[in-house]
Every structure is written in C-alpha cells, then in structure tokens.
Write a protein that binds this ligand. Sequence first.
Ligand code: ME8
Length: 697
Amino acid sequence: MSNKFYLTTPIYYVNARPHIGTTYTTVVADVIARRKRAQGVDTFFLTGTDEHGQKIQRSAEKANCSPQEFTDQVAAQFRALWDRMGLTYDDFIRTTEPRHKRGVEKLFTLLRERGYIYKGSYTGQYCVSDEAFVDVPPGAPCPDCGRITETVNEENYFFKLSAFERTLLEYYEAHPEFIRPETRRNEVISFVKAGLKDQSVSRTSFKWGIPVPGDEKHVIYVWMDALINYISAIGYGSDDPADKAKFEKYWPADLHIVGKEITRFHCVYWPAFLMAAGLPPPKSIVAHGWLLFEESKMSKSRGNIVRAETILDVLGADALRYFLLREVVFGQDGSFSFDALVQRYNSDLANGYGNLVSRTLTMIGKYFDGVVPEATGLQADSIATEAPNAIAAFNRSIDALDFSRALESAWTMVAAVDGYLTASAPWKQPDSITDEQQRAFRATVLYTAAEAIRIITALVYPVIPDAASKVWTQLGLGDIQKADLKNLTWGGLKPGTQLGEIGPVFPRAEKDAITRMQEIEQANATVTESKIPLSASAPIETTQTAVPAPAETDGLAAAAGEESAPPSIAPAASGPATAAPMATTPVPEKITIDDFLKVELRVAQIKVAERVPKADKLLRLEVDLGYETRQILAGIAEAYAPETLIGRKVVIVANLAPRKLRGLESNGMIVAASLGEAGKPVLAGFLEEIEIGARLK
Ligand code: ME8
C-alpha cells in the first residue's frame, strides 16, 4: 500500500464569505487528514479559493474595489476561519497566484498542441452563478440552480470532450471506486452515455481570468482554471526540481472531496482534461450531500447561511465538528438547526463524553491520589473484552467514510462505560467487604473506565481534536499529536501513570445558548453592505435584511399570490391596510436613516418582460443592473403589457432575499405606488436620464 495520501477540498468561490456548508467539506477533509497522519501516512491536504470568473468580477464591482483587492480580502477570511477551526491543511492555493497561472498555462498549451483544444464560436446560454454553459433555450432558467441564464455569443476555444466519451465510460467501468457513492456514479455514467459535446474553455466578454497563452483577448474558462489547482498546487507547471519531485510524489490525488452539485465537473471534465494531457486521473472522487438550513441548501445566493464563527464563539470548534460529522450522514443531505446543535452538544459531549471523563478522573484523584491504579483481575465487566470489537467497528465505519456510524459506535462505548461506572458505584462501600477488597474493586473499575476513555479519545481525536488533546493530557499521556494512535489495544494505559491537571472538557451549554447564537446571526445578517468595510473580520455581503418582505407589505408579489408567506402582522408602515379593525389611520413607526439605508434601492433597466403561464397578475422580468442581470417576478401584469416595459428604467429593491413564486426565483422587487382600493401599481421612474445601477439614498 502506498504510504502517501493526497486529499483535496473544492476551492471555494470568493464571492461569498465562508459558512458552515463550506466548513463542512473542509472539516471532513481535516478529519480524514488527521486520521491518516495518526496512522503514519505521509498526508498532503489541500484547500484554497477559486478567484477568477465573471461572478467574482461582478462581486468586486459591486463592492467598489478591484477584483484583486476583493479576492485578497475574502481569501484572507477563509484562511482566518480555517485557522480558527484548527484545520490542518498543508497548503492553501489561490487561483490568482503565479504558481497556479503557470500550471494553467502549461496544461492549456499542451492540450492545444495535442489538438484537443481548437477555436470555434459559441452561441448559447450561460449561468453566471454556476459559471456553467447550459443547454437551454434563451430566456430559460438554469436547469441546475433555477436562476436566470445569459445569452453568450462569443468566439471561444473548445475542448474536444466528445472524443472522451468511450474512454471515460471504460474508465468508470474499470475503476468502480473512482466515483462514490453509487448514486453519483450512476448519474455521471448516464450523463456521459447521453453523449458529450465539446466544451467551451475560454471567454471573451470579461477580463478577470488567466489569459489564453498567445491570444490574450480570451480568458480561460473558470472551471478549467479551477480544476487545475489540484495539480498546480503540487508543482505542475514549475521547472524547479523540488516542485517536480513533489508532483511525482503526490499525483494522482487519492481523494477529491466535493459537494454533489459539482460532481460532473470533477468526474467528467477533469479526468478528460488529464487524459488529454497524458496524466492519470485522481484515484477517487467522493461527493457528499448538502447541509440544509430552513429546508433548502445553505448558500449565499439563497441568503440562508449560518456562519461558523457564531458557533465557535458560543460552543467552540469541536462542537461544530462533532455535530457536522455525527448528525449528517455522509453522502446524504442533512439539516442544521441551532436546537439540534445544542441538543447534540449537551447530550453527547457535555453529559456524555465530558461527564464520563470528569467523573472517572475525579475519582482517581480522590481514591488514588491522581495515579492510575492497577486492575486487580477482578471482574471488569464486558468493557475490556468488548473493546477490540468496538475499535474494529469504529475503524471500519470511518474508513468507509461513514462518520456518523463511527461516532455512534464510539458513543455506544461512552454509554457502556458510563453505565458500568453507575452500576459498579465505586464511591459506595458495602459493609460486607474489607477496605482492601474495596480498594481492589475501585482500582479495577477506575482503571477500566480510564483505559476505555483513552481508547475512545484516541479514536475520536480526528473529530474533536481540542477536547481529545485536553483529555490526553489529563490522563497523564502528554501531547496526543506525538502519540502512536495506530494499533490500539486494551491495556495501553500504564498503571502508575500520574494524571495531569483535571479541568472541564465540555461545559454544559447555557440555557440561552440557542438564543445567543440566533442573535449573533441576526445581528450579522442585518449589517448592510453600505456599512461594511472590506476587512478580514467583516462579512462581504449581506445574507438577509431586517426589512419585512415587501411582498407582504406593498401588495405586488402578494397580489401575485402563489407561494408567498402568509401575511404577517407587520408594522403598518406601508401597503394597504387590509383588515384594519378600526377606522383610524395607522401612525407609521419612525425609522432612522440607518434603517432606511438597509434597503438597497437601485436603478435597473427591463430587458425582458413576459407573462407567467397560469398567473394572471404576474410578469417575469429580466432586469439589468449594470453589474448583473436578475430575474424578478412582479404582480403588475394587469396594469402593464409586457412589451411596453422593455427598455424602461425602474427602481428595484436589490437586497431582498430571493423567493420563489410559481416555481420561479424572484430576486428583488420593483418599486411602485399602489393606487386605490385595488392597489393598482404605478411604476416609479425618473424625469432625467439616469445611469443603470445607480443607488437611491
Ligand atoms: O463550486 N452543504 O465553489 P463554491 C454542503 N469554486 N456543502 C456545501 C454547501 C452546503 N450547503 N455549500 C457549499 C465551487 N458547500 C467551485 C469549486 S473546485 C475545482 C471549484 C461546499 O464556493 C461543497 O463542497 O460554490 C460544495 O461543492 C462547495 O462548497 C462549493 O463551493
């Protein structure tokens, strides 16, 4: 068996700050890396950031800074969070680094020389959010994310993906472990069997990317650029002998860990690029499911993210790591909630493992002056005899990447030892036995519990490294990072070992932990973009605003009806007072200028307007904001014929959380006056010529 292990996470887009979805993948990789190292394997763990492309260029424009400044700041945020989480990555690659550029240029040039890249022209749809060319008619939404696609008509370089159809299928067949789990493997095989088209691998309509060598009008397609990070980070493209040796040593990667939505890029395009270059594909790609929050995928664009920092502030990194690996069955989607997090923390960590450690070590302190006693050979229950099975079960599950089951088996052992302690009650001394007998009994019980704790701690160290390090020291075993955790066998804890200083490992979460975390998130979500300095500690983009959803207050989307939330009893600040119980005029609550500035009002131009089938009041609009195009659904179809709206400049609320109406995503709201009882909408506009994207304040 080879004694090296190269594993990677996706490199994350810097248009959004890190959240617990991106943290999830990186924590999984960290657990695997720590376990491999503990087994003595030469491990290389790579993560990083994906910094080129149209999406990032637009985000930088929106933040009023250069793409380089923008990416520098956000990449630093990612690193800072990963460091705070104690993630033990060996390298952090940024696609704006010269070493990466060299690798991309080398691979692109090689594929062009080998005839796998040629020039052609592309007319079709592009999803900027996914940075993907999609096969749908103009105006149709992206089949993957449902967002609006843009029509692209460009002279491009193409990669001959079609030439790899058979080769890829044969490769999948010969290497069943290449794509895991089975469901993803089947999806990929069906996709390839349906036929592969050549893939556009350059863009000309924007600049933020790596120029095509010798043809600088083009920048290399961001996905081709990004995938190459896996080889550029370990020296591909460099002439330095040390880099070459590193590449020889670590490539092919042993494991790429990715979220399920990017399987196709990794399992189809990536091996095809590598095969075209004469390089071996990675050994295995594992796609995990999504972390859901409020029932949909946690993501920046949905505005439903939870920041890892909030959890670190209140419960610590181990709590988040444990929760993610225990609660989410790897490969499947799993839900996050603060309630579930705190419940797991208290039941498994504070009352479970933490309490077991504390009661055992305290009793060794009390009855044996803090020195591990020797078991006297009296009945040690089944704990000792069961230990080898428990260790084997844990190892089997974790090696199969079934983290949840592995932890479940470790916590079965925690419960068994806890039950054993309670049943043995070494703190009691029945009248029937002598002091000496009692001492021998206590010694056996407490040795058994302490040795079981040592084994559990060694097993779960990759998942809860901080707590495990503390417990290891409290057991008197020194630095866990220097310990040999490989061949765990019963009896490794030597009697006579002097315990270290005992202290709490997982203090119980306070009653208000959930509300504290919710409040921190709320406070963060309501920080507006206008107030955010682009600094390492500040969030880059808002996730939600504190503004009540105008759909409920202005009657526009509400008029459209479908899927809008039930009207809340909102402050009577605006909108028709539908069921006002008294005939008094409600007095609008005063707001501060800061409150007003939370609403991002911008000028946008309507580019496309069309009716939505089976929704009489609803129009689907595509509006241009200068820095991006959006889809907005507006309940104005009874007042405006769609064709009269094309080219019209309107005011939109640009930072409204997206919502779905009739299955279509609406990303913002058009501002209109509401006339008469029926609330006839009249669009706001300008008398002077006005620039698209201008902010109203
Ligand atoms: O796709 N649940 O970057 P990205 C679980 N730059 N995992 C999640 C998640 C969630 N809710 N949200 C994000 C890109 N992730 C490209 C990758 S690689 C050559 C280029 C994790 O910032 C998951 O691993 O959109 C997912 O695949 C990745 O973040 C997407 O990150």
